[in-house]
Design a protein around this ligand. Sequence first.
Ligand code: HEM
Length: 412
Amino acid sequence: MTQPPDLSAMPCLFDEAFAARPQDAYAALRAAGPVSWAQIAPHTPALVVTGHRAAVELLTHPDDFTKDSRRWAALNSGQVPPDSPVLAIMAFRPNVLFAHGKRHKRLRRVVEDCLARIDMHELRERTQTHAAGLIAAFVPKGRAELMATFADMLPLLTFADILGCPAGMAGKLVKAGQGVIGAQADAAQAATDFATVLGQLVAEKRSKPGDDLTSWMIAHPARLSDEEIIHQLFCFVGAGTIPTASWIAQALLLLLNDDSYAGALSGGTVTIRRAMEKALWLSPLANFAVYYAVRPTTLLGTIAIPPDTPIMISHAATGADPELAGLGYDNRSHLAWSLGEHRCPAESQAGVMTQAALETVLERLWDLDLEGPRDVNRPGPFFHCPRTLGIRFRAQPADEPAVSAASSGGPA
Ligand code: HEM
């Protein structure tokens, strides 16, 4: 385990074959053991954890493993190409996600305290309003590509509200956010624009505080500097947008595509919640949490883990670990939210947004059907999220009052 084997012999977690059939790569990794080598980008090897027990052990031993990617030896020695596409996510930033020990505790307290102040009813209403607005824009066409026009946009619009963005700034934030998500040639510029808008927002809220997350962060007793606040807000929106879009898409695919849900849409909210739970087992973030051993160590008593080497949790593969077979999807032992000190702090908020999004789609669009390719995931190792999600539908007649799937007996 200490020396990476030949790169060409490793399963790839970034090519077209992986995007189309990730389960084949997971099976190859699992055959090599609960922790094994993969190429996560060209010339970028990492250890990937597919075994649930090994992942739990790693995530619950913060003294042995850190998320501080400044330890990444192959990156520091120039073996990883400086333009490796995974660096957009894995390169160190001074935010809560990469922080360790006391510094993590300080930043995490701020993030948790601010999240706790979000009014969940208001969050639900704001998400519904934005969802209805986005749907209204494509409703006359009778068809839509839901990723770009809905699932990616909805979290960004809702975050702009949560952060207290004035109208002009919200548009800029959403535009830059779309550029970051698009991961195309302009992504680096989009990330700079995104940070610039956040900087303007923090300056504005310093002089004129409001009842919003940016102002709460500024007023927090931990007394973060403006720069620290910008980094935490960047992480907050960055960590929340694609995973939530991905959760919406995966649950919708189950609701429309899988007989055990599609046939029961009359169950309304209950069915939606069940689909959301199952989507967590498939995991919106496929392979995401990355750690570095701080010294040579072992997992499960025998697997040697070298220090300063990225070791990535496969949230998706650990959810399909044969050792968990028979548990059922209502069981919550999946690792979609990760575990331990860096476990996602926004599970409830993401759940409210995802549920409100799905309910609004199913209320407003009738005879909903999928069309076009939908099984190919976004490139790269991180997200279990379709690139496109084409749908056809009949708009709910405008003259009929909107009724919920739960109370109507189901529109679809
Ligand atoms: C409202 C939407 C969301 C927000 C604001 C959000 C925010 C965050 C933040 C700030 C962290 C870093 C926590 C830390 O390092 O202590 C985090 C971690 C994480 N989140 Fe979320 N998140 C959201 C939605 C989601 C969704 C939908 C998923 C997938 C089901 C998810 C999965 C994760 C995972 C796996 C981690 C751990 C990452 C790692 O260790 O590298 N999050 N999230």
